[in-house]
Write a protein that binds this ligand. Structure first.
Ligand SMILES: *Cc1c(COP(=O)(O)O)cnc(C)c1O
Length: 392
């Protein structure tokens, strides 16, 4: 009997449904902000990575429109062919100046920046040591590179050192990979200790500042600045799509590194250059980030306020966090979905995050500079009432 070679897809989808792992998109209407229209209902938005509230900002929007007027909608080619504009260079110089690195290069997304950098820097004879909670782009970049991959327990410097002692001498080059703020947990990597280990064992270190850029450090340069490690040799990756309110990614580091990536990173060489609108929006957002530090101050005072109010709800298990990302751990994917649903009924948008994205189910809150105290109070009141009529 002839079988349908595609039948397994439906069966696999049914398994995903049964495990409560099924995902679908939700439609947001209008501009992004601290409140948004979701399915026609106005909800308080705790699901956005727009930490400084710039994705709906008038100046950023105006910059994108002006760039489209001047340069058109598409960049029409890869950077090395017909896609390069002066605007790209201005953006790269602004990133390098923020990060205080010699140079930077922008990619079409943060995901592509990680794939490109990791595959250019490592190959079959090399070793990658990767935090077990690293972002998907770091994990898939590692696989694509062909290097040997060893995951170390989350933020465990002692375990990493043991692995370096055991394995380093068997490989040509070694690259340590870590998120700076972990995207689904909200905690922070032990950067100074990782830098010391990289020095001691002759390794490269790549830190992904996707959630820390604009958020951490005096000028918003990220965890490297926060830890006082500016100027030390390392590879900094980030995205233009979170606090920087646009779309795209970057690598910042030494001039030699960036020059090498422009010649060897396939996800930079063989893809179309960032569009004029995205480039101009990111550039405008960086300027606002530099000129309006009060946005970051407000973000951190929102974080402190939420943490303070949450102390009144000791039964919610908050995962360790040093960022605008705050997660409540829940016993199962079904519980996480249930809490997410109840929050939504109360007019609060905070997603349930489930395996396989994370090892344990949780509800994830992300704060923005533009949240008002009443938004934060409503969240805590609602969580409080949910706790009363459910058992975790
Ligand atoms: C979001 C994110 C990325 C991907 O960035 P995009 O620009 O959205 O592709 C990479 N790394 C981490 C840690 C992220 O959170």
């Amino acid at each position: 009997m002839k079988t349908d070679p595609y039948a397994w897809i439906e069966e696999s989808l049914a398994t995903i449904h049964r495990a409560n792992w099924y995902r679908s998109v939700q439609t947001i209407e209008g501009r992004p902000g601290a409140t948004v229209l979701l399915g026609g209902q106005e909800v308080i938005n705790f699901a956005s990575n727009d930490y400084l509230g710039l994705a709906g900002n008038e100046h950023v929007i105006a910059a994108a429109i002006a760039a489209i007027q001047e340069f058109g909608t598409g960049s029409t080619g890869s950077r090395l062919l017909s896609g390069h504009r002066e605007l790209h260079r201005e953006l790269e110089e602004a990133i390098a100046s923020t990060k205080q690195t010699e140079d930077a290069v922008v990619f079409s997304s943060g995901y592509l920046a990680n794939l490109g950098a990791i595959t250019a820097l490592t190959g079959k004879r090399d070793l990658i040591l990767s935090d077990q909670y690293n972002h998907s782009s770091l994990k898939n970049g590692s696989i694509l590179s062909g290097a040997a991959i060893v995951e170390y327990p989350h933020c465990d410097v002692a375990a990493l050192k043991t692995q370096l002692n055991q394995q380093r001498q068997n490989y040509r080059r070694c690259l340590i990979l870590t998120d700076s703020i972990f995207s689904m947990d909200g905690d922070l990597c032990p950067l100074p200790a990782l830098l010391d280990l990289a020095d001691e064992f002759d390794c490269m270190l790549l830190v992904d500042e996707a959630h820390a850029t604009g958020v951490l450090g005096k000028t918003g340069a990220g965890c490297v600045e926060y830890f006082g490690c500016t100027g030390r040799q390392l590879i900094q990756i980030g995205t233009l799509s979170k606090a920087l309110a646009s779309l795209g990614g970057y690598v910042a580091g030494s001039a030699t590194l960036i020059d090498f990536l422009r010649n060897r990173a396939p996800s930079w060489i063989y893809t179309t250059a960032l569009s004029p609108a995205d480039t101009a929006a990111a550039l405008a957002a960086i300027k606002i980030m530099q000129q309006e530090p009060q946005r970051r101050t407000q973000l951190w005072s929102n974080i402190d306020y939420l943490k303070k109010l949450l102390q009144q709800l000791p039964n919610f298990k908050l995962l360790p966090s040093e960022s605008p990302i705050l997660c409540f751990q829940l016993a199962s994917a079904a519980d996480a979905l249930q809490v997410g649903k109840q929050l939504r009924q109360a007019g609060i948008f905070a997603p349930a995050i489930r395996p396989p994205t994370v090892p344990t189910s949780r509800v994830r809150i992300s704060l923005m500079a533009t949240h008002e105290s009443s938004h934060i109070e409503k969240l805590v009141q609602t969580l409080n009432s949910i706790y009363i009529d459910t058992t975790f």
